[in-house]
Design a binder for this molecule. Structure first.
Ligand code: SF4
Length: 220
């Protein structure tokens, strides 16, 4: 006979998968909005996207990627030059430091190519699990569950996790969502967070999963 915690997990899995199916149908166009042509460009764009909109990042990288094509290009200029080139994305000193740190490690330890595993990617300076999962899922065809501010907020509101730490949320979601769906699940939740379940005021009247959402049930 199934233990109570097994029944709870099975119920939560069913809720997660049904909610995801409905959101996936609503946001059938969900995809990564950063513009990039290769893994290295996605790494840089993802670092730049911290605390910045994808629209702003894309505006900056349109010129940036013409100037910086290989890891050594980021290292052959003064740090201040790179800082100026990315200034409008905000936090530009830290971002330039992360980019140059990652490029140094890519040159030194990986022959100028971006590594392809989570374990190696998170060892690059300035690259955490979120950035690594963006890269794995979008250029290396390896499922990656990206827990950004939208995925954190929505997972908590819907009731898929009670955690607040991004890594713990990622592990909770990994139990609930089939691995082959991790990348798309992240895109769908990010789209839902941007369009409907906004941080300040969720537009629940437009949401297809009110019947499955703890936040909505509590507000009723
Ligand atoms: S019902 Fe409201 S709070 Fe729940 S996921 Fe939908 S928009 Fe967000």
């Amino acid at each position: 006979m199934a233990r109570p915690e097994e029944i709870m997990t099975a119920d939560l899995k069913q809720k997660a998968r049904r909610a995801y199916a409905q959101l996936k149908a609503t946001h059938a166009d969900a995809h990564i909005e950063l513009v990039f042509a290769n893994p290295l460009e996605l790494l840089v764009a993802t670092i730049l996207s911290a605390q910045c909109t994808d629209v702003r990042v894309n505006a900056v990288t349109a010129d940036l990627f013409k100037k910086y094509r290989a890891p050594r290009d980021y290292l052959n200029v003064e740090a201040t030059e790179l800082e100026e080139d990315i200034r409008s994305t905000g936090f530009f000193r830290n971002k330039a430091k992360s980019i140059r740190g990652a490029m140094t490690a890519i040159e030194k330890d990986h022959g100028g190519e971006l590594p392809r595993t989570l374990e190696e990617l998170v060892k690059l300076p300035g690259v955490g699990r979120k950035t690594a999962n963006v890269i794995l899922g979008n250029v290396f065809d390896t499922p990656g569950l990206v827990v950004d501010t939208h995925v954190s907020r929505l997972s908590q509101r819907i009731g898929l996790t009670a955690k607040t730490d991004a890594v713990k949320i990622e592990f909770d979601l990994m139990e609930l969502i089939p691995q082959q769906e991790w990348t798309q699940f992240s895109h769908v939740l990010i789209f839902h967070g941007r369009r409907i379940c906004k941080a300040r005021k969720p537009a629940c009247a437009q949401c297809p999963i009110t019947a499955r959402c703890d936040f909505f049930a509590a507000a009723e």
